[in-house]
Design a protein around this ligand. Structure first.
Ligand code: NAD
Ligand code: AKB
Length: 320
């Protein structure tokens, strides 16, 4: 039976992934950890939550042994915008964190390690439309540098040691649970909160900025589907492109306007524009579709309706 350790579980993705994993595998089979104790009631009330800093190798080994962990999912990371403000921290958490996990996994015999990557592996020289799986990986952010290196390390551990390492390049993830943790795609979440609360939003990228995005239910599905895939069916390992939708900031605003007609957006690009300009418009995810059956469910309008409903309910209850 799988015993799953989720590292960095209090963030945007982890806080929802842990709940889904516990629903599938059982509360006691999923150990949630994060460096901060702000895990939210949900993670502590129906399962174990432990403090774990991913750069602390001894602590990681202790937790793996204590709970007889078989599978590790690492979500601890410093995202692109914070990474440009604190590049050394991004290197430490993203790089030393991954190497620590891979080494511990190799030495104590963990069955599978999952480490998500990002569209941030691409850079200004990469083809922007339908970006191929195998292409130029020359990012210009520290976050991107750590994500490319993480993918290479993952593939190295597969080839060199036969360790089962998996990863997928998430696009910008949009959700209504935990707020995003300091990335360039955060505008695509913040716009919904401000639309509901103020009917106004000041967007930090230009109206015509187009990026690949994905709604959280699809993100969780992609993660679990790859987690569950048969290792023997995988030709790729740490670097699967996964696509769902692609829209400009202006198209996102127009989709919200269909439901909130007096919603207004002002565009005031900041330093994150430069990062967004180096990422693709859309990705070719045919390898994920072929090797583990990836298929997204949400398009822009379906996501907008769902986001506005969920955030509208929070607003009515006075939670936001
Ligand atoms: P997040 O910033 O919301 O959460 C990251 C979590 O890691 C936080 O709870 C933080 O406390 C924790 N953390 C930071 N330093 C740590 C350390 N030293 N030890 C242990 N925990 C630490 O990030 P997220 O959006 O949930 O992202 C999860 C993964 O998905 C990351 O690898 C990220 O690069 C990747 N990803 C996310 C997106 C997105 O849009 N959310 C897109 C592409 C890739
Ligand atoms: C970020 O904007 O940094 C993340 C990502 C796309 O990796 N959301």
């Amino acid at each position: 039976m799988k015993k799953i350790l989720v590292i960095g579980s209090a963030g945007q993705i982890g806080s929802e992934l842990v709940i889904m994993l516990r629903n599938i595998y059982g509360n006691e089979q999923v150990i949630a950890t994060d460096k901060c104790s702000d895990a939210g009631k949900k993670l502590t009330e129906n399962g174990i939550f432990e403090i774990l800093d991913i750069t602390d190798r001894m602590a990681l080994e202790d937790i793996c042994n204590k709970f007889q962990i078989t599978h590790i999912i690492n979500l601890a990371a410093i995202l692109s915008a914070i990474g440009e403000k604190k590049p050394m921290l991004a290197w430490d958490v993203n790089m030393n964190g991954i190497l620590t996990i891979l080494e511990v996994a190799r030495i104590i015999g963990i069955e599978q390690v999952m480490i998500p990557s990002s569209i941030a592996v691409f850079g200004p020289e990469t083809p922007v439309d339908n970006t191929p799986q195998k292409t130029i990986l020359r990012p210009t952010t520290m976050y991107g540098v750590t994500k490319v290196t993480g993918e290479l390390l993952g593939n190295y551990y597969v080839k060199r040691y036969g360790l089962d390492v998996r990863g997928l390049r998430y696009p910008g993830i949009i959700s209504n649970g935990t707020l995003p943790g300091g990335g360039t795609t955060d505008y695509a979440v913040a716009i919904f909160y401000d639309a509901v609360k103020y009917k106004k939003y000041t967007c930090f990228v230009k109206e015509n900025t187009r990026l690949p995005m994905m709604y959280m239910p699809d993100c969780l599905k992609a993660t679990i589907d790859l987690f569950e895939a048969d290792f023997g069916d995988l030709k790729h390992h740490s670097d699967f492109n996964v696509g769902a939708m692609s829209f400009t900031a202006g198209e996102l605003a127009a989709s919200i306007k269909k439901y909130i007609p007096d919603f207004e957006v002002e565009y005031k690009p900041d330093f994150r524009q430069e990062i967004a300009d180096t990422w693709p418009n859309s990705v070719d995810d045919s390898a994920a579709r072929k090797e583990w059956g990836w298929k997204p469910s949400y398009d822009l309008d379906a996501m907008t309706q769902d986001m506005l409903k969920a955030i509208g309910e929070k607003h009515k209850k006075g939670i936001i």
